[in-house]
Ligand binder design. Sequence first.
Ligand code: SF4
Length: 344
Amino acid sequence: MITDHLYQLLPEELSRWLVKHDHSPNQVRSMMAWAYKKQSPALFPRLLNDLEKLPKSLPSIIERHLSTDGTQKILFATEDGLKVESVILNYHRKLTVCLSTQVGCAMGCTFCRTGMAGLGRNLEAYEIVGMYLHLRNLIWHENSMEAPCPNIVFMGQGEPLHNFEQVKRALEILTHPWALDLGSRQITLSTVGYLPGLRRFHELPRVNLAFSLHSPFEEERRQLIPIETRYPLPEIQQVLKSMSLLPRQFITLEYLILKDMNHSERHALALADWCRNMKSIVNLIPYNAVTGLSFERPSEEAVDLFKKSLVDLGVRVMERVARGSDIAAACGQLASRDYSSEAP
Ligand code: SF4
C-alpha cells in the first residue's frame, strides 16, 4: 500500500489526491515545485490549507561529523526513532551524497560494519528522498543556492535492490522533471548482486550501476559476500553483460582490496577474464579498517602493483581516493550496532 505522504506520491497520485480534495489536478506541477524546488508559486489558500492534512515530515538530522578532508557524516533519525547515516563527499569541489536505503542490511557482508547488525527495516521512498532534500539544503545553505544539486550514490547502509519498490519510487521522484529533476548520469546505484532485484534493473529510471565484485573467484567471494551462495557470479555476469547501456556509460565493478587476500597476479588474470566483453570499468578501493573486523588495509605499493597488472592486461581501471575514514564515514564503515536514536 502506498503511504499518503507529500514526498512519497508520484505526480499521477498527487493529481488523484487533489481531485479527492476537490482541487484542480492542474495544480500538481505547482504543488511539486512548492515541495521540491524551494519555489513559492501561488498555491490557492484553500489548497495550502488542505495540504496541512497531508503528512510531510522527513527524517531529522541529529548529528553531524566533519572529517579533516571535508567529508561530512550526517546521522538521521526516522520518525520511529531509528538511526540511519548518510555522507556528503567533496571530490574536487564536486559534491556527491551517499544515501542509505535500509536501516542496517540483511546481506551480511563480512567486511562491512553495516552487515554486522542485520536488517532493521526498509526505508520508505519519502525517507530516502527526505535525506536527499536535507543534504541538498545543507549544501545550499553552506555554499550558495546557486550550487548545483549534488550527485547521488546509493552506497550507504543497505542493499538498494533488496528494497526495490521503495528505491524505484524514490528514483522516480529524484529524476522527475517536476520534482528533483536529476539526470540519469547523476545517480549511481550500487549492489552486491542481489539477483531478484538486478534482473529488474531495467524497470528503474535509467541510472548508473556499480556492482561489488571484490573477488573473481566464487569460493573466495562467498567468504566476503555470503549471498554469493544463492546468487553466483556466472549468473550475475550473464545479467550484467546483457544490460543495455547508454553510449559512454559503463558498469562500475567495485573491487575492495583486502591486504594479502585478493590482489595477487592470479586475481588480476581472473578479474581481466571476468570482465572481458563487458562494458565496464574496475574501481579499486583500498579497504578502510573497521573496528572488530580482522581485514586490513593493503599498502599503497600493493595497490599500485595490482593496478598496474590490470592495466597491463587491458582492463579499464580507476582508484577511489579514501574519504572520511577519520569519522568512520568511508566505504563499509557506516552504521552503529544500535539503531535506536534513543541510545546514548
Ligand atoms: S556491503 Fe552493502 S550489501 Fe554488504 S552488508 Fe554492507 S551495506 Fe549490506
